[in-house]
Design a protein around this ligand. Structure first.
Ligand SMILES: [Fe+2]
Ligand SMILES: [Fe+2]
Length: 392
């Protein structure tokens, strides 16, 4: 593909990664330049044009520029980031970090599938970036938590676990170096699952004994793959190996108990369950956050989780993130606008309802319809509770 060849007219909605623009694309009315001529489009450019509502408009590409194979980045954005997902992450740096994290994970998955040697530098690099995002922006978890109420994508779990575990480490006062290693452990904790066929992982029904054994083996499989590489710290290895051990010895694979389980593995166990429950799965809807809290508490009362750690985690977790649309037990619908410090289950919800619009008597003008908004502070209204999460 080269500049100066024949051009072709095409609708913006039909653009594909790899096409090269023969003329710039400007915003229709204002003429503001969005993309310059000569740009080789990536999926991100295409999502960007859609954000501006451009679909049916025409643009010009160079003929023959459409044969390029999509790059790994294009593939990742195409598969995991729909335009609406990208748009809902307002922080550009977080958006970029998430894209590079997915690229690193996709690359790992490719290598495992093709049986080639693992290269860990990219994932080590992104674990550092993810940690920075969590330390610098308090809303990282909130943005992700709101997203996952409606979207589920392949690596979402590993990225969530990494972000949650870094936040958790921050609450526990751990140093930056440790937090970065924790992020890495979070990203890699389920690495062993990449060797398990998707039909088993996503199977809606009961697993056979053999399948279950294979799933359980993901802890050791991940550990084994990582232990072969130099430069993976012992703490990360232990955390990956032990993340399904339970405090009372009821976990797998080794059946370790209490302090014998590496502290990072105990942290991972908590955030792993938290994320698994609050994400929508192919076989069930996401569990409501407060039900997850109840579930985690029950597990800890039975002795399966480290109670001290769990209490720190639950004190700081944003259970209902800002912007989340919910239905209240009164039947009213609204969005979470504030969280109450110390009372994560009782946020402030702004509900809106239609007012007016009644048909008056003959001859009188119709009452105008208006939207009435009111704030419901759940901390001050203990009998009202959230019954469902709608979307963002
Ligand atoms: Fe796991
Ligand atoms: Fe996991």
């Amino acid at each position: 593909m080269h500049r100066g060849g024949a051009m072709r007219r095409i609708r913006i909605k039909d653009l594909k990664p790899g096409y090269m623009l023969a003329l710039p694309i400007n915003l229709p009315r204002t003429g503001v330049a969005l993309l310059k001529e000569g740009v080789e489009l990536t999926q991100r450019h295409i999502a960007y044009l859609r954000q501006y509502g451009l679909q049916e408009e025409f643009c010009f590409i160079f003929d023959g520029s459409e044969q390029r194979q999509p790059s790994l980045e294009d593939r990742v954005i195409l598969q995991h980031f729909r335009a609406d997902i990208l748009r809902s992450i307002e922080n550009m740096e977080l958006q970029n970090t998430l894209v590079s994290t997915y690229i690193a994970l996709e690359d790992l998955a490719d290598r495992i599938k093709s049986n080639s040697a693992l290269v860990l530098q990219p994932v080590q690099k992104v674990s550092e970036k993810l940690m920075r995002q969590v330390l610098e922006h308090n809303d990282v978890m909130l943005q992700l938590a709101a997203l996952k109420a409606i979207h589920e994508y392949t690596f979402c779990h590993s990225v969530n676990v990494a972000i949650y575990v870094v936040s958790f480490g921050k609450f526990l006062g751990l140093r930056e170096g440790t937090l970065q290693q924790l992020a890495l452990a979070g990203l890699l904790h389920d690495l062993g699952k990449l060797s398990i066929p998707a039909e088993i992982l996503d199977k809606p029904g009961r697993l056979t004994a053999e399948e279950f054994k294979q799933v359980k083996g993901h802890t050791y499989e991940g550990y084994r793959r990582l232990a072969e590489k130099t430069g993976v710290g012992n703490d990360v290895l232990q955390a990956v190996l032990m993340h399904h051990e339970r405090f009372d010895g009821s976990g797998y694979l080794l059946g370790l108990q209490g302090q014998k389980i590496h502290p990072w593995a105990r942290m991972l166990a908590i955030v792993d369950i938290y994320d698994a429950l609050t994400s929508r799965r192919c076989y069930r809807e996401a569990v409501l956050p407060h039900e997850t809290v109840d579930y985690l508490m029950a597990l800890s009362t039975q002795g399966a989780l480290d109670f001290k750690m769990l209490s720190v985690y639950l004190r700081h977790m944003p259970v209902y993130p800002g912007g989340l649309k919910v239905t209240l037990s009164t039947g009213e619908k609204g969005a979470v606008v504030e969280t109450t410090p110390g009372l994560p289950l009782r946020p402030v919800v702004e509900v809106s309802s239609l007012a007016g619009g009644k048909q008056p008597g003959k001859g009188a003008p119709a009452e105008p319809v208006s939207i009435k908004r009111k704030r419901v502070d759940l901390a001050a209204n203990p009998t009202v509770f959230i019954t469902s999460i709608d979307a963002r």
